[in-house]
Design a protein around this ligand. Structure first.
Ligand code: 2AM
Ligand code: CA
Ligand code: CA
Ligand code: CA
Length: 258
């Protein structure tokens, strides 16, 4: 399949820019909030309306693509052949509901199973992080350079709170070796911190739409994305993932095995 990568990158940036404007307006409105798997797993009317819009726009432009998305407007996807888009309409829904600043919207694109392009918008900052391995990574129009390969003692780590509270995967030992723990509650915002070196590790159970765009951007900048047992990443299932610098991921894989 021959795809014009620049045209697709511009499509993703334009789409997320439109979605960002919409979400900024939505964020100040009253929301209808429902729960999903638990009391703290939320979905709003705006998660749904945003996903519906994004899926429609992708289908209009890339009719051959399959779409994996969180709120049910996408397709049932069983394999990664061809073009697969991953859509997380609002990432950090709890933060969005609490009227905090740290929420995002994300689209990841894979071609025959390989990372192709990713785009994340930090809605409140109006910054879009976008690009891919054959394209480079940009913050809006500005090229992003690879973050330093920092070690665990040099950097801040971000681990989902249920994981770190229960000390799953020896995660508290990881925190103790680091410069400290931050928990932002939005995978997209955490990927933003990782690509600029403001954090050196993200460790969480992630669904495909949580991981897809950030994986593309992080790997394009020389960061490493691995599963907790170092098995191959399966983009069609939820799994415990570690994302960080090369040094930190090697260190964490040793720590969790102990
Ligand atoms: P969401 O806001 O799109 O649901 C912190 O909660 C981060 O983990 C957010 O990026 C959130 O995405 C994601 N998340 C929340 N619940 C999750 C779950 N049950 N499985 C995987 N990811 C989840
Ligand atoms: Ca959700
Ligand atoms: Ca998410
Ligand atoms: Ca979401």
């Amino acid at each position: 399949m021959k795809i014009d990568i620049k045209e697709m990158d511009e499509f993703l940036v334009d789409l997320l820019s439109e979605i960002g404007d919409k979400l900024l307006i939505d964020s100040s409105k009253d929301k209808s909030v429902d729960t999903k798997s638990s009391r703290i797993d939320l979905v709003t009317n705006f998660d749904k309306s945003t996903e519906k819009l994004v899926v429609e726009k992708i289908k209009e432009k890339y009719s051959e693509a399959a779409i994996v998305s969180e709120e049910g407007y996408g397709d049932v996807v069983n394999n990664m052949s061809g073009l697969v888009f991953f859509v997380d309409p609002i990432d950090g829904t709890m933060n969005f509901v609490k009227r905090r600043d740290d929420f995002a919207s994300m689209i990841g694109v894979y071609l025959d199973g390989k990372p192709f392009l990713g785009a994340i918008i930090d809605v409140v900052k109006k910054e879009i992080y976008h690009g891919g391995p054959d394209y480079g990574v940009f913050k809006n129009d500005e090229k992003v350079i690879s973050p330093k390969n920092q070690s665990l003692p040099e950097g801040l780590v971000d681990i989902s709170w249920p994981m770190v509270m229960a000390d799953r995967f020896n995660s508290q030992a990881v925190v103790k070796k680091s410069s400290g723990l931050r928990i932002y509650g939005s995978a997209g915002i955490i990927f933003e911190h990782l690509i600029f070196g403001r954090e050196v590790l993200y460790m969480s159970y992630l669904a495909p739409w949580d991981l897809a765009a950030g994986r593309v951007l992080c790997e394009s900048l020389g960061l490493r994305v691995a599963t907790i047992d170092d098995s191959p990443i399966n983009m069609l299932k939820s799994q415990v993932v570690i994302v960080g610098t090369q040094k930190v991921i090697s260190e964490v894989l040793k720590t969790v095995k102990k």
